[in-house]
Design a protein around this ligand. Structure first.
Ligand code: DI6
Ligand code: FE
Length: 426
């Protein structure tokens, strides 16, 4: 028999339509707050959510001998939310790019630096020359820093290896930091991130490289290393036609796709991704109306990345109001990477999604929970309701709108991962 746990004396933010409602798929139009609330978990699953005064008799710790034993945890009046989901990161890499950030401050653009051989390619070099142990240690440290700010599920992309060997190594590292820590890690293969140096200058260089990306995908999938497939569709990345070849290969293998779309220019990548039932399109500063309509029809999530927007000092805002009016679900993520978003704070991104992109605090929090989970194809988390996974975050806050209010330092008291208290040993 799995032990029962009662988490009580908390303000519970369920993000479900009604307290205790077991229909977790439709996010609430409000916070779903339960003052003096309680949650009952069994193993890694939530069994019951509601007001403590409504706690069913079988879950009261003082119930008689026949009742299943239950361990009570007094949360001391804290705020309890679903564990946060960071649905877009590039967490596995060697080195860093502070030098390029300084060049940008002196006037060089991201594109200029990339075309001059810096950018993604300089991180590829550092990643290839790092040992697997060094990659593992740095990725684990970053994952635990995300966890210290309430994150319990993380997507990690490859894309700094750009050879079969090195992409496999990055994906193995991503899987390993997940199983070592107990946090959920979803891996995304981003072989189509940049042209590796050994292809530069060869005939039909980008097309030849895309051939390799597709071939490697079969191998990486056979090794069980891939949960989803992504590409960088951009003038400095890959064309829509090249992206489509990667998508067709992924879908033929039964893998879902996502896209770095319309970050620096409109390539109509979002509409292309929607044709392949993409889980998400990410960045979207230059997203068009037809892209929005296609995403809506396909049920594709819009992942907003205010960290990259901020660090690149972009001026073009993603079309938030049009996305909102169309009813496209919006997620918010860190896009943690050494080039354009060296942050490990998802709450800071919630703050920036509100100040820079004008999301409401509720939209931002839904964007780092239920909508972020959907961007990963996960329907078992993101809300607190019976049947959902017991991933929760405990905050010394009164109201969840504070998650998007404080900025710079919002450590979470601790998280609960799969029904167990999780203390990231930083
Ligand atoms: N867009 C991004 O935000 C990251 N990759 C991408 O295609 C940035 C990658 C980098 O500059 O290292
Ligand atoms: Fe990215």
């Amino acid at each position: 028999m799995t032990a029962l746990h009662l988490w009580h004396n908390a303000t519970v933010c369920t993000l479900t339509p009604a307290p205790g409602n077991t229909v977790p798929d439709s996010p609430a139009p409000d916070w779903g707050l339960i003052p003096y609330g309680a949650v009952v978990t069994e193993g890694d699953t939530i069994r019951w959510v509601g007001a403590y005064s409504d706690l069913p008799a079988q879950y009261t710790p003082s119930a008689g001998q026949t009742a299943q034993p239950i361990t009570a945890h007094d949360l001391g009046g804290a705020l309890l939310t679903p564990g946060l989901v960071d649905c877009h990161t590039h967490l596995v890499y060697g080195g860093h790019r502070a030098n390029e950030a300084e060049m940008r401050l002196q006037g060089a653009s991201y594109e200029q630096i990339a075309r001059a051989g810096g950018g993604i390619r300089s991180t590829v070099q550092a990643t290839r020359s790092a040992s697997e142990t060094a990659l593992l240690e740095s990725a684990r440290k970053r994952l635990l820093q995300l966890a210290a700010q309430g994150v319990t599920t993380v997507e990690i992309k490859s894309g700094y290896g750009l050879s079969l060997e090195s992409e496999a190594r990055s994906l193995r590292v991503a899987r390993a930091v997940g199983s070592e820590t107990g946090l959920t890690v979803r891996t995304t293969y981003l072989g189509a991130h940049a042209l590796p140096p050994e292809y530069a200058g060869t005939p039909h260089e980008a097309d030849a490289y895309i051939d390799a990306v597709c071939t490697w995908l079969h191998e990486l999938h056979a090794q069980g290393l891939v949960d989803a497939v992504d590409a960088f569709c951009e003038t400095i990345g890959f064309s829509p036609a090249q992206t489509e070849r990667v998508f067709a290969t992924a879908r033929a293998l039964g893998l879902p796709v996502k896209l770095h779309a319309e970050q620096l220019s409109n390539q109509e990548g979002a509409a292309l991704a929607a044709r392949y039932q993409a889980l998400s399109c990410d960045h979207l500063e230059y997203l068009s109306d037809s892209g929005i309509a296609a995403m809506r029809a396909a049920g594709t999530v819009a992942v907003l990345l205010p960290g990259a927007f901020y660090a690149l000092r972009e001026k073009q805002l993603p079309p938030i109001d049009a996305l909102r009016r169309a009813g496209v679900p919006m997620a918010v993520a860190t896009d943690h990477n050494p080039g354009t978003s060296p942050t490990l704070s998802l709450p800071l991104m919630l703050h920036m999604a509100c100040t820079l992109f004008r999301l409401t605090p509720l939209e931002a929090v839904l964007g780092a929970t239920v909508h972020a989970a959907r961007a990963l194809g996960l329907h078992d988390r993101g809300q607190l309701a019976a049947g959902q996974r017991a991933d929760m975050a405990v905050w010394q806050l009164q109201h969840p709108n504070e998650l998007a209010y404080w900025f710079g330092n919002l450590p979470c008291q601790h998280t609960i991962v799969g029904g167990q208290v999780f203390h990231p040993a930083l």
